[in-house]
Write a protein that binds this ligand. Structure first.
Ligand SMILES: *Cc1c(COP(=O)(O)O)cnc(C)c1O
Length: 423
């Protein structure tokens, strides 16, 4: 049963209620290894489902364009104050609708159309909004892309510096969607300073690790920091832009009225709740465990002959190159999904295959850590993955059902926030 329960939904729209229940059960029964996903707490779910969704609040606390902000103002102020406290920043804007609009706000705040912007290229682990060609950020600005090194799978900071000196970007992005290693914020900051660029750290993936002290913070190095709130940070779908006091005004003006209208107040409340959770000691334990699980899973995969980009991980994420296993990422991901192990196919650096059928798999440990799985179980997860990948390479479906059953059986003893299994 969904937690909080949804009796009105069940009464009024059984079709949607049934699908919500099905999705909850799916999330309960599967090993969710998608690196950008998690399970939020029932408290976050409750906050996100409140009457705050009824209210329009264009503007900021104390300076709104609609009346009736007596309650919304303190809610948004709490969210902002908690963000400042958790991340140790001077300024936070909690209104961006999601990570992509938060990043657009950075362009809006600091760049003019056509200005050069530098980011990690998408197939190397960057994000669309860091200037990739199909994104508005690649069409409306002049993208300059850096890579990872072929030999180490790590970001090539010499190349970043050379490119920055040559192309003089006004904005440099660090961070991405498939980076298994610690981001060297001080090194990026030095390069940005040298060329007079704004340094933006996009910590969408690692925000929860930073909040929990399990990854170095960009604070004090980056001029502006963007993050989603729903990945390792374990809040609702949403985002934040954080900055030094110097850039506060530019950031706020860019988000509203530059890009958005009214903030989603129910999301703001849920962000506040998630940030309060992130300030508790058990969140630091969660963040540490996410990394410990990723390292244990990486070690177990290496033992089984898997080729990991950069040879392992420092964070929540593992990027596997399946080339030596004789199967592409997509058929492997599909077979794993059928076997109850949910992850995504992903390009690997210098991938010879096409983006829709790339060579790799991306794995993350945030969601299974929230479920309570520990390092002791990672060899078993690696063994299941290996069995399914090997079978899929031979187009053998026989193990899929057995593994799915074993996964279900294991997860039955790990409660899921947001759903209670009813007999
Ligand atoms: C997920 C992500 C985003 C975008 O977030 P959405 O909420 O999906 O728009 C931006 N940057 C990075 C690095 C991400 O991982």
């Amino acid at each position: 049963m969904h937690e909080p329960p949804v009796p009105h939904l069940r009464g009024q729209d059984p079709e949607i209620a049934g699908l919500v229940e099905d999705e909850a059960r799916r999330q309960f029964e599967k090993l969710r290894l998608i690196a950008s996903e998690n399970y939020v707490s029932p408290a976050v779910l409750e906050a996100a489902g409140t009457v705050l969704t009824n209210k329009y609040s264009e503007g900021y606390a104390g300076k709104r364009y609609y009346e009736g902000q007596q309650i919304v103002d303190p809610i948004e102020t709490l969210a902002v104050d908690r963000a400042k406290e958790v991340f140790g920043v001077e300024h936070a804007n909690v209104q961006p609708y999601s990570g992509s609009p938060a990043n657009l706000a950075v362009y809006m705040a600091f760049l003019e159309p056509g200005d050069p912007v530098m980011g990690l290229s998408l197939p190397m682990g960057g994000h669309l909004t860091h200037g990739w060609s199909v994104s508005a950020t690649g069409k409306w600005f002049r993208p300059v892309r850096y890579d990872v090194r072929a030999d180490t799978g790590r970001i090539d900071l010499d190349q970043v510096r050379d490119l920055a000196l040559k192309e003089r970007p006004k904005l440099i992005w660090c961070g991405g969607t498939a980076i298994p290693r610690t981001i060297d914020f001080p090194a990026f900051a030095e390069i940005a300073r040298e060329v007079g660029a704004v340094l933006a750290a996009d910590i969408a993936h690692i925000a929860g690790l930073i909040a929990g002290g399990a990854h170095p913070s960009p604070v004090g190095h980056a001029d502006v920091i963007t993050t989603t709130t729903h990945k390792t940070l374990r809040g609702p779908r949403g985002a934040m832009v954080m900055s030094t006091a110097e850039h506060a005004k530019a950031v706020d003006k860019a988000v509203f009225p530059g890009l958005q209208g009214g903030p989603h107040n129910h999301t703001t409340a849920a962000i506040a709740v998630a940030l309060r959770e992130a300030a508790q000691p058990d969140f630091a334990a969660y963040a540490r465990q996410v990394v410990a699980n990723a390292k244990a899973l990486a070690a177990a995969l290496l033992d089984r002959g898997y080729d990991l980009i950069s040879g392992g991980t420092d964070n929540h994420l593992i990027l596997i190159d399946l080339t030596n296993k004789g199967i592409g990422g997509k058929p492997a991901a599909q077979a794993l999904d059928r076997a109850g192990i949910e992850l995504n196919y992903n390009a690997v650096p210098f991938d010879p295959r096409k983006p829709f059928d790339p060579s790799g798999l991306r794995v993350g440990t945030a969601a299974i850590t929230t479920r309570g799985l520990g390092e002791d179980l990672m060899p078993r997860v690696a063994a299941w993955m290996d069995e399914v990948v090997q079978a899929a390479a031979k187009q053998d479906e026989s193990v899929v059902e057995r593994v799915a059953g074993q996964v279900r059986e294991l997860l039955a003893s790990y409660p899921m926030p947001g759903w209670t299994a009813t007999p």
